[in-house]
Design a protein around this ligand. Structure first.
Ligand SMILES: *[C@@H]1O[C@H](CO)[C@@H](O)[C@H](O)[C@H]1NC(C)=O
Length: 295
């Protein structure tokens, strides 16, 4: 009696934590998947009408499942009724391809294309709002966040990237992994003017004349793995693409030691410099949800 009570109590407890953690479901056939990515989705039981979608991208050697367990997005999905997609890159040491011409081209048949196809599938299957599609990621996932903002600006309304690099920084590298990539970019030595970065981005989707996503970027000043110098390059890139100039710094925002660098009126591009923080800046889900306009 006692032991069966214990067992069922434990089972109930683990069921509870499973749903609170938002168990991901694998989606084998979401459409064209040219680079064999793995799609994992979390659809909360109380889905909003025309829900928003957050695509959340892991760092190298990561998986969608692990990144989901490291962030609060799925429990926030339970609260707010949005869908999350936590895909896995099962190639190149688990890094997203941010280097090949295919991935750096709209409709080019690379990783970015497969990820965009996961979004199309999710919009049509769950009647999601195509104007509320967001992307975030850490490290390699942030590099891909920048690439998606550049290659699929028509798909994503807003983006938040942690400790990544400008879109196109690794262009031409034989790999996107720390083990095999050209290290110049991660070392912060790919330096371009704002106009040059803007041309790099525009060339990823030639002929596109619509708006680019609202972007916020985070980087730690003590990052020696993906050099802090990359934040300044990404700032030149996106302030150039969106057409904004620096307005002001707001210190100790959203927390002590972080400086919020505001461009334009602060609604389209923000950068956060995290003093003394290494690789990577912790995910700030609450700030992201505000930036996305979900809360
Ligand atoms: C704004 O903050 C950044 C990050 O701390 C710093 O590099 C930059 O010099 C500051 N700009 C001004 C004008 O204070």
């Amino acid at each position: 009696m006692l032991s069966s009570f214990k067992i069922s109590g434990l089972a109930a407890l683990s069921l509870l934590s499973l749903s609170a953690n938002g168990a991901l479901v694998s989606v084998p056939n979401f459409g064209a998947n040219p680079t064999n990515l793995l799609m994992n989705i979390y659809v909360p039981s109380k889905l909003a009408t025309n829900p928003a979608i957050i695509l959340a991208l892991h760092g190298c050697s990561g998986t969608g499942e692990f990144y989901a367990s490291q962030t609060k997005y799925n429990s926030l999905a339970d609260t707010h009724g949005f869908i999350t997609i936590f895909p896995s890159a099962n190639h190149d040491n688990g890094c997203w391809d941010v280097a090949s011409t295919k991935t750096l081209t709209h409709g080019g048949g690379g990783d970015s294309n497969g990820l965009a196809n996961m979004i199309s599938y999710t919009i049509s299957k769950y009647n999601a709002d195509p104007k509320k599609v967001f992307v975030t990621g850490t490290s390699s996932g942030s590099m891909m966040t920048n690439v998606l903002a550049a290659t699929y600006p028509d798909v994503f309304a807003a983006a938040s990237g942690y400790s990544g690099v400008a879109a196109g920084c690794l262009a031409g590298s034989p790999s996107s992994s720390p083990q095999a990539a050209d290290p110049t970019c991660a070392n912060g030595k790919v330096i371009k003017t704002s106009a040059e970065w803007t041309s790099v981005v525009k060339a990823m989707y030639p002929g596109y004349s619509g708006a680019y996503p609202r972007i916020q970027l985070w980087h730690g000043t003590a990052d020696t793995f993906v050099s802090y110098a990359n934040l300044a390059e990404a700032v030149k890139e996106w302030s150039g693409v969106i057409g904004l100039t620096f307005t002001k710094n707001v210190t100790n925002t959203p927390q002590s030691g972080y400086t919020q660098m505001v461009y334009g009126d602060g609604t389209r591009f923000i950068a956060y410099s995290a003093a003394g923080v290494g690789h990577t800046v912790p995910v700030h889900e609450d700030v992201d949800l505000k930036w996305f306009g979900i809360v």
